[in-house]
Design a protein around this ligand. Structure first.
Ligand code: ADP
Ligand code: MG
Length: 240
């Protein structure tokens, strides 16, 4: 679904991603872990071309993407993203938030978009709040709407950047529950999270990043039970 080869990215003189190689197969859940500043968000942003790599190659569904030539809006439709801060449009209700991109970007008829939106709101357990505004929702509810909004574009892959980090602890579970359900249905996902229990339970592959490099990757069991690298062990001893 996604293949990354020798990806490098700098901001000014700061070399943030160093020779990243990554493969995400169809229906895989890949979890990126690592300390703050290690480059996790930048890597996700490169995967849907919110940041453009300096060198290296990114293939989406087998197609090499040339960010300087290709239509990035079309590529981004295949790769949905959910952020730590939900960024719902405050002047639109839940339903309007979810139909916005299908109508504006894909040119879908409004009635069709509403049906589609309601089915995704149903999936995240928010169909009964379709008329509510962002200010009337809890953080967990907002994040579930943000997930429905990304799903409504029917992407092939979903990227999540710390989707529960801004939530009160009692609201984390409802968002992880929705993500778990998506994984069970076979959605391909790349997830940055500090929820190690979730990574262990739902991840097919765990990737540990440190200072812009992939230090180690493997199954949850390999990374959490039998880490090979000293740096991985040290990181895990701090977060587990
Ligand atoms: P993480 O998500 O793992 O915390 P980030 O990818 O956000 O890490 O950041 C990695 C490094 O890149 C940090 O040193 C950060 O300061 C730097 N960085 C990220 N985005 C930018 C930017 N737009 N401009 C300059 N530096 C940035
Ligand atoms: Mg980050």
């Amino acid at each position: 679904m996604i293949q990354v080869k020798k990806l490098n990215k700098s901001f000014g003189r700061v070399h943030v991603l160093k020779d990243i190689d990554l493969q995400v197969n169809e229906s895989d859940v890949v979890v990126l872990i690592g300390a703050s500043g290690s480059g996790k968000s930048t890597l996700l942003r490169c995967l849907n071309f919110l940041e453009i790599e300096d060198s290296g190659e990114i293939y989406i569904q087998g197609q090499l993407v040339d960010p300087r030539k290709d239509d990035l809006n079309r590529v981004r439709q295949q790769v949905g993203m959910v952020f730590q801060h939900f960024n719902l449009f405050p002047h639109m209700n839940v339903l309007e938030n979810v139909i916005e991109a299908p109508v504006q970007v894909k040119g879908m008829a409004k009635e069709e978009a509403k049906k589609l939106a309601l089915s995704y709101l149903e999936k995240v357990g928010m169909a009964d709040r379709a008329d509510a505004y962002s200010s009337q929702l809890s953080g967990g509810q907002k994040q579930r709407v943000a997930i429905a909004r990304a799903l409504a574009m029917e992407p092939r892959v979903m990227l999540f950047d710390e989707p529960t980090s801004a939530l009160d602890p009692e609201l984390v579970g409802e968002v992880l529950g929705v993500m778990k359900e998506l994984a069970r249905e076979g959605m391909t996902m790349v997830i940055v999270t500090h929820e190690m229990g979730f990574a262990r339970e739902v991840g097919d592959k765990v990737v540990y990043l440190d200072e812009g490099r992939i230090v180690e990757e493997g199954t949850p069991e390999e990374i959490f039970e039998y880490p090979k690298e000293e740096r991985t062990r040290e990181f895990l001893s701090k977060v587990l």
